[in-house]
Design a protein. Sequence first.
Length: 596
Amino acid sequence: MNSINSSDDLRTDKFSKYIEEFEIPFTLNLERGDQLENVKVAYETYGELNQDKSNCILVCHAITGDSHVAKHDENDVPGWWDIMVGPGKPLDTNKYFVICSNILGSCRGTTGPNSINPKTGKYYGADFPVVTIKDMVIVQKYLIDHLKIDKLLGVIGGSLGGFQCLEWATQFPDKVEGCLPIASSSRLTTQGLAFDVVARNSIISDPYFNSGNYYENDKKPDVGLALARMLGHITYLSRESMNDKFEIDRNSPRDISTSFEKKFSVGSYLAYQGEKFVERFDANSYITLSTALDLFDLGATKELLSENLSKSHCEWLLISFTSDWLYPAFQSLDIVEALISHSKKVSYCNVKSNAGHDAFLLKEDIEHYGELTKSFFNKLNNKSKLKGDVKKLDSTVKIGLNNRIDFQYIAELIPEKSSILDLGCEEGELIEQLSTIGISRALGVEINQNNVISCFAKGINVIHSDLASRLEKFYDSQFDVAILSQTLQAIKNVEKILKEMTRVSKSSIVSFPNFAFKPMREMFYNEGKAPKISGWYGYNWYDTPNVRFPSINDFLEFCEEKDISIKESLYLDTLNNKKITDNPNLNADSAIFVIS
């Protein structure tokens, strides 16, 4: 049977020798009214804390994770995020002091149901109280205080770890510089909740569960816990990844010893994962943590979500995965939209992946989400070198990057300290150019994933989205200037985009190549072939991104018909870097319009 990469492949029941322990020196009051005494917290640290303690990143783990996020040395047991944490990796321990603590209610070193209740001298078992994400984060906050760290450079985590990130940003807004939830949401979908309900029922229905009091018994609810994990693994994988690995040899199961059915390859895989999981995890902890996950709700409505997120002061990056149906991309976008409505600094990327929810733990897509993570913390770490949302370029720069002469002219049309929305921002060159005039903030919208990653590597806030669906989410006059630069010819719904632009901004700038330019006409007439010349038109007919071929006269006629007001116009010969006044429809290769 073909193997399938799993986030559990290298996990063991062993504990790292580098685990440290902190005990909260007072009674912990829980959100739902209960109390816990002598709460112990297992944690591990990586890298060195700098002199002003400003380089600390807190990693928040998912439901079955623990404090051992990565190996400390070659002889250490594998960590659950070795691909992300370590020297030279996205969370570079040569630069950052990384902390990961086991969450409250777990069974991997921090106080949980398998701990001894100091009041009874017996295992908590069924007496362990309901805990929430807020309780978990408060415990983490006590740990950070214990380490005498005033403010975190950032918090990062996937899935349930993302919930903790959201809680940090909203409950302790002055303690966090940056928040990076990955494959997460503001609340679990009802479909996801249903899977958790079935998983918990599989555990409590196990004949050896004994109402949660099984620690001193020979038999444990292993079958119920294994079934819960098997069900969980189905939700972590995508349809594509399951088909790729199990469809071809579905009748050739892995040769393993198991009491579960293994007639099919996918069945033997799930059986293996379920039985392996039982070796390192506790059934009561699974119930406790999945319940906390299901109870988390930062806003059942967009209004409530917006209100709660308004409390945050940090910079944000949200990452989702295209094949993740457990935490679908629209949930990350709900958070993004709520943050944008309060003009928070936020970026977002929906990483193309076939791996499903587990993508953030696997190496297949680390090139993309790892690069985004690296750029995010680089930006926070170098914050003093940045101006607003973007890098400050050398003020002597006069001409646009990559020979984009139109950038210079666009910059001249924008007042200082303006807020900018760049639609179809590509790799962010225009925003970089505009930073020389001292804009107050900038946000790009871009559909191409690689361009989004390039923008973010430059410190530019960018939303990974198509223009039509993103524009309608902005409120009226949210930006001073919206820009559509050399993109008009590539969009489908021209009228909708232009009218939405003028709604969300006080002033809008549109630039596009003029397809009535004299050399274009001559080439088509003389050669009888689709024109291909240098500059804006350097594409073959079969691979051009252009879906329309507007001329200056076309645009003027369109604006008159649609009652769009043209406030200013510039016509350019970009090859010779000069303005055109004589018959621009024939002699200009590019046009810039200010509209409202």
